[in-house]
Ligand binder design. Sequence first.
Ligand SMILES: Cc1cc2nc3c(=O)[nH]c(=O)nc-3n(C[C@H](O)[C@H](O)[C@H](O)COP(=O)(O)OP(=O)(O)OC[C@H]3O[C@@H](n4cnc5c(N)ncnc54)[C@H](O)[C@@H]3O)c2cc1C
Length: 226
Amino acid sequence: MKIQKAQILVPKTDANMILKNLERYGRVCYKSEDKFGENISSGMLKTLVAKNHESVLEHEKLTMLFIIDRGVSHELVRHRIASYSQESTRYCNYSKDKFGNELTFIEPVFFDEAARKIWADTLEDIERNYFKLLELGATPQEARSILPNSLKTEIVVTMNFRSLRNFLKLRTSPSAHPQIKEVAIPLLLYLKERFEPLFADIDYDQSFGLEKYGEIIETNSFFEVE
Ligand SMILES: Cc1cc2nc3c(=O)[nH]c(=O)nc-3n(C[C@H](O)[C@H](O)[C@H](O)COP(=O)(O)OP(=O)(O)OC[C@H]3O[C@@H](n4cnc5c(N)ncnc54)[C@H](O)[C@@H]3O)c2cc1C
């Protein structure tokens, strides 16, 4: 079995263009196009956000590839204002060469050594029994009934910026599950840097250790990364 850390792949975007577009769309409401210039008005965008005039943010979107465990993906897909395409445990047969003939799991961020050993031993049993079920003639969609929350999944997520704000507010707060914070907090920090006026106001659980952050990979294309 393979164990890996959670990751998010984000394609390089022209953040300036997105911010300019949003400013332009917002200015239609106030007929303040005369104030639209070369430089983005960060203040104007922040005012839209502060006034909850967030429908303007729905005109632009971001597509990301989350590599997380199935438990976290279940929390993710509860966010209805989004589009999803997810690796299928019905059709993927993990005994095949293209999966390395093994199951892949996401390392939890919270176990001490003793707890982690129980976790890893359990997954070894599951992997052995999953392959046994396939050998006995079960189809992948039947054998998957014993797969656990820790199973790695890949899920493409598209959210408009309003929905992304809602997602990040809920999933970076102290009460969110640690494994969704693991990806949501570094994603928020990444977006605060690139789209400052849209995310500057969002607080997050600063007590969540930096060493637990999943990896954000900025990429030209999802297909470039192994
Ligand atoms: C800490 C935490 C604990 C949770 N625990 C549980 C739990 O124990 N059990 C459980 O089932 N879920 C749980 N959830 C999931 C939660 O109830 C939401 O389903 C999830 O966070 C998606 O949020 P959302 O509805 O705001 O997002 P979206 O579905 O993306 O909706 C975005 C916004 O659109 C509006 N909206 C969307 N659909 C409707 C609608 N039908 N009617 C009115 N307004 C709508 C709302 O303003 C909503 O905030 C938990 C979430 C968090 C963050």
